[in-house]
Write a protein of this length. Structure first.
Length: 77
C-alpha cells in the first residue's frame, strides 16, 4: 500500500530521520518512562513522531522519524 501524504497540510514543515545509539540497554520500566516523557514533550511542543524503532546499523540502535512545525521547533532542545 502506498500513501502519498502532504504533511504540510497537517502543519508540518520539516521531516527528520534521527539515528541514536543508547549507551546502555533500557529496562522495561525505563523504556516505558522514556515513551511517556517523549509523548508529553511532543504534546507540549506540537511536534509529531511518526515512527520510533530499534535496529542495528551504521553504529546506531534506534531510529526516529519525526515531523516539526518549523525549523525553530526542530532546532529547539
Amino acid at each position: 500500500m502506498h500513501y502519498d501524504s502532504d504533511f504540510r497540510k497537517l502543519g508540518f514543515e520539516i521531516a527528520a530521520i534521527t539515528f541514536v545509539r543508547l549507551l546502555k540497554e533500557l529496562s522495561g520500566e525505563e523504556f516505558r518512562e522514556l515513551g511517556m516523557s517523549s509523548k508529553e514533550r511532543m504534546k507540549r511542543r506540537g511536534d509529531a513522531v511518526l515512527m520510533a524503532m530499534s535496529g542495528i546499523g551504521l553504529g546506531y540502535d534506534r531510529v526516529f522519524i519525526s515531523f516539526y512545525k518549523s525549523y525553530a521547533s526542530y532546532a529547539r532542545p
